[in-house]
Write a protein that binds this ligand. Structure first.
Ligand code: GLU
Length: 193
C-alpha cells in the first residue's frame, strides 16, 4: 500500500505541524503494518515545515529560499515521523529522489533493490522529492506523480492519495465552485481534462 500525504494534511497554513492529524495518521499506518500490510509513505510537507520552523512570515522569495526551507523542513518532517512511529515500534527510512534518479536505469534499479530490502526488514520507507537539488528541468512535478511512479515501480496493489481535495475533478474545486467530480476512470481520454 502506498500512502501519499499532502502538505495541507500535515501542516496548518502557518507551516506548523498539525500534531493531532499526523499522530492519528501514524497510528493508523502502524496498525496497517501490524495487520501484515507492506506500507510505503510518500510525504510532502518539507517546504511548509521548514518555513514554519524558521518562523519567517513572508512566503519564499525565490527558488533558493524554497529549497533551503525544504532542507530544514525535511529534518523536521523525519524527526516527527521517527518520534511518533517509534512509539509503535516502527522504524522509518528516508528516501529522497529526483526525476533523474528514476530515469536512469541503474539508479532506478538501486532504488528498487533498496525498497525491497527495507520492506523485507519491515521498515517503513518515507519518500519525498529531493527538493534541495531539484530544478525545473528535472522536477518530478508534484508528489501525486512521485507516488504514482513509486507505486508502479514496486508493483503496489493500492495507492492512496490523501489531500484536501476529495477526488479527481475537471478543474480545481478550491477555485471553481462548478468543478465536476469524476467518479471513475476506466480508460484515459484527453477529453477528461
Ligand atoms: N516535495 C514538496 C515538499 O515536501 C512537496 C511537493 C508536493 O506536495 O507535490 O514540500
Amino acid at each position: 500500500i502506498i500512502i501519499k500525504i499532502g502538505t495541507s494534511t500535515l501542516t496548518y497554513a502557518s507551516g506548523c505541524i498539525n500534531i493531532r492529524r499526523i499522530e492519528n495518521l501514524c497510528k493508523v499506518i502502524s496498525d496497517l503494518k501490524n495487520a501484515g500490510n507492506e506500507v510505503i509513505m510518500v510525504s510532502s510537507g518539507a517546504i511548509a515545515m521548514g518555513h514554519g520552523k524558521l518562523n519567517i512570515k513572508e512566503p519564499p522569495q525565490n527558488v533558493a529560499e524554497k529549497q533551503a526551507f525544504a532542507a530544514v523542513g525535511q529534518c523536521e518532517l523525519m524527526y516527527a515521523y521517527d518520534k511518533i512511529f517509534s512509539a509503535y515500534n516502527i522504524t522509518v527510512a528516508q528516501i529522497l529522489l529526483t526525476a533523474d534518479d528514476l530515469r536512469n536505469s541503474e539508479r532506478h534499479e538501486k532504488f528498487d533493490n533498496t525498497m525491497a530490502q527495507l520492506l523485507k526488514w519491515n521498515v517503513l520507507p518515507v519518500i519525498n522529492e529531493n527538493d534541495t537539488v531539484s530544478t525545473t528541468e528535472i522536477k518530478i512535478g508534484d508528489n501525486d506523480t512521485l507516488a504514482a511512479i513509486v507505486a508502479e515501480s514496486v508493483g503496489a496493489d493500492l495507492l492512496v492519495l490523501m489531500s484536501d481535495i476529495d477526488g479527481l475533478f475537471d478543474s480545481d474545486p478550491h477555485q471553481n465552485p462548478n468543478a465536476k467530480f469524476i467518479e471513475r476512470i476506466d480508460e484515459w481520454s484527453d477529453e477528461l481534462m
